[in-house]
Design a protein around this ligand. Structure first.
Ligand code: S3P
Length: 174
């Protein structure tokens, strides 16, 4: 197996599931938001506030490029990775891109307690509408670059991990 890249909206479980998978497969795990925060020594929210989203997206693309040149690594991307065309191009060439596909209700339930960590949502008064609009805009992009689409609604973490392992058993993860 080479790399696994997890994509999906905020709150879809990329970080938690990525960590679990890395333990199962004994592979390195990188959470891109954490890595950017460490690199710049600032929280993602502060990066957005002080330098703007464009700067953050540039950092994401640079980091993704670096990570995709590694092997045997599980990468948890930020939900907005598909906002950059460069990132879409890079991810389209990858084999193991797994989309953790969550619907609006699942997303709202999961992000509501952590809004301060999510600059794309925290400043919006109508949370549901903001999520709907972002999801409408992003859905087809996730769909296009994913090789495997996992419905994560009404499932706990272990159920999602088991589903991913089934793909691996069937050698669909290369
Ligand atoms: C973002 C998602 C976040 C983080 C940043 C922007 C987005 O990552 O990269 O706040 O635009 O969807 P998570 O999906 O890990 O929350």
């Amino acid at each position: 197996m080479k790399n696994i890249v997890l994509i999906g909206f905020m709150g879809s479980g990329k970080t938690t599931i990525g960590k679990k998978l890395s333990e199962k497969y004994n592979l390195e795990f990188v959470d891109m938001d954490d890595e950017i925060e460490k690199d710049i020594n600032m929280s993602v929210s502060d990066i957005f506030r002080l330098y703007g989203e464009k700067y953050f997206r540039k950092k994401e693309v640079e980091l993704l490029d670096k990570l995709l040149h590694k092997e045997n690594i599980i990468i948890s991307t930020g939900g907005g990775i598909i906002e950059s065309k460069e990132a879409i191009d890079m991810l389209s060439k990858q084999k193991n891109v797994i989309w953790l596909n969550a619907n609006e209700d699942t997303i709202i339930n999961r992000v509501i307690s952590e809004l301060d960590k999510r600059p794309k949502l925290s400043r919006e008064s109508n949370l549901k509408l903001t999520i709907q609009n972002l999801l409408d805009n992003r859905y087809s992009k996730y769909e296009k670059i994913a090789n495997i689409n996992i419905d994560v609604n009404n499932k706990n973490i272990d159920e999602v991990v088991s589903e991913i392992l089934v793909y691996s058993d069937k050698n669909m993860l290369l």
